[in-house]
Ligand binder design. Structure first.
Ligand code: ATP
Ligand code: ATP
Ligand code: MG
Ligand code: MG
Ligand code: MG
Ligand code: MG
Length: 278
C-alpha cells in the first residue's frame, strides 16, 4: 500500500521487546475481585468452583499458546511462564500481556456457566490486569514461583483461621481480625486445632498449595539417569536445529495439560520434570 502523509504517526509507537534470553512471567490478576466474590457469594475462605474456573481458563490459555511452559494460580491471579528462548510476538511485552489477558478473560466468561450454573453473569463483567516481568536466571524464576506459593500458604492459613473464627466461632469480622493481629503460623495452627479441631495439614491441597499447570511428559525418577528423555531427544545439548524446534513445538502442542497441587518450592518438582527449565 502506498505511504500516506499520515503514516509518520507510526513512529510514535515505542518498542517494548523484552530482554532476550530471560524467562518471561506474565501475571494476571482479577480486578476488584473482593467485590466480585461478594456479588456472586463465593464461599469463604475458598470457593472451589471459582478456583476450578480459574484453572480451566488457564488451561485453555496454555493450549492456545504452546509457548507457555508452566503456569501457577492462586486466588484471582495466574502467572504464565514463557521459556527464555521464546520469540513469540518478537517478545513484545504489550502483545504477550494483552493476548494472555484477553484470552484468559474470554474463557473465564465463556466457562462461567459451567461452574456457576445457578448465577449468570451480569455487568460489570469480570476483567483482569496483567504485567510481564523478565527473570534472568532459573534461580530467579524459581524464587518467583516460590514467592507466589509462599503467599498462597500465608494467605490460606490466615483466611482459614479467620473464617473459622467467624463461621464456627461466631465472632465478628473485627474481633477475628484483632485476635489474629501479630500471630505466627504456629499460633494459627493452634487456634484451628484447639478451638475447632481442624488440622491444617489435612486441608485440601488445592487451597494450601495453589494450582500448577504444565504439560505432562514422562516423569524422571528421583536420582536416576534420564534415559527416556535422552531417547526422545530431550537431553540433546544446546543448539537445536530449526527442524527439531518445530518438532518440539508440535509435541508441546499435543501433550496433555495437567493441573496439580504440588510443592514447587522444593527441588523435587523441578528435578522430576527437567523439560520445564532446560
Ligand atoms: P485488585 O483489583 O487490586 O486486584 P482485589 O479485590 O481483586 O483488588 P486481590 O488482592 O486481588 O484484591 O484479592 C482477591 C480477592 O478475591 C480476595 O478478597 C479473595 O478473597 C477473593 N477471591 C478470589 N478467589 C476466591 C475464591 N476462590 N474463593 C473466595 N474468595 C476468592
Ligand atoms: P494479527 O493476529 O496479526 O492481527 P489478523 O489476521 O488479525 O492477524 P489483521 O491485520 O488484524 O490480521 O487483519 C484483520 C483481519 O480480519 C483481516 O483479514 C480482515 O479482513 C478481517 N476482518 C476484520 N473485521 C472484519 C469485518 N468486519 N468483516 C470482514 N473481515 C473482517
Ligand atoms: Mg491487583
Ligand atoms: Mg485482584
Ligand atoms: Mg489477587
Ligand atoms: Mg488482528
Amino acid at each position: 500500500m502506498a505511504n500516506s502523509k499520515f503514516e509518520y504517526v507510526r513512529n510514535f509507537e515505542q518498542p517494548d521487546n523484552l530482554l532476550p534470553n530471560t524467562w518471561i512471567v506474565v501475571r494476571i490478576d482479577g480486578r476488584g475481585f473482593t467485590k466480585f466474590a461478594n456479588k456472586y457469594a463465593f464461599e469463604k475462605p475458598n470457593d472451589r468452583r471459582a478456583l476450578d474456573l480459574m484453572n480451566a481458563a488457564a488451561k485453555a490459555v496454555m493450549s492456545e499458546l504452546p509457548e507457555i511452559t508452566i503456569a501457577y494460580g492462586i486466588s484471582d491471579e495466574y502467572s504464565f511462564v514463557f521459556h527464555k528462548s521464546c520469540v513469540l510476538f518478537e517478545r513484545r511485552s504489550s502483545k504477550l500481556v494483552t493476548t494472555i489477558v484477553s484470552t484468559f478473560t474470554s474463557y473465564y466468561i465463556y466457562l462461567w456457566p459451567t461452574y456457576f450454573p445457578e448465577t449468570p453473569l451480569s455487568p460489570p463483567l469480570p476483567s483482569f490486569d496483567g504485567r510481564a516481568v523478565c527473570y534472568p536466571s532459573v534461580q530467579n524464576l524459581r524464587d518467583y514461583m516460590s514467592w507466589r506459593q509462599v503467599d498462597c500458604h500465608i494467605n490460606n492459613l490466615y483466611n482459614t483461621t479467620f473464617w473459622a473464627l467467624i463461621q464456627q466461632g461466631g465472632m465478628g469480622n473485627l474481633d477475628a481480625e484483632e485476635l489474629l493481629k501479630g500471630t505466627y503460623a504456629a499460633d494459627k495452627n493452634e487456634i484451628l486445632f484447639s478451638k475447632f479441631g481442624i488440622n491444617y495439614n489435612n486441608e485440601p491441597e488445592i487451597y494450601k498449595k495453589g494450582s500448577v499447570v504444565f504439560r505432562a511428559y514422562e516423569l524422571v525418577e528421583p536420582g536416576t539417569h534420564n534415559a527416556a528423555a535422552e531417547a526422545d531427544g530431550l537431553a540433546e545439548p544446546v543448539q537445536q536445529s530449526k527442524n527439531q524446534t518445530e518438532i518440539d513445538k508440535k509435541r508441546r502442542a499435543k501433550a496433555r495439560i495437567v493441573i496439580e497441587h504440588l510443592d514447587i518450592i522444593k527441588d523435587e518438582f523441578w528435578d522430576r520434570r527437567p523439560w520445564l527449565l532446560s
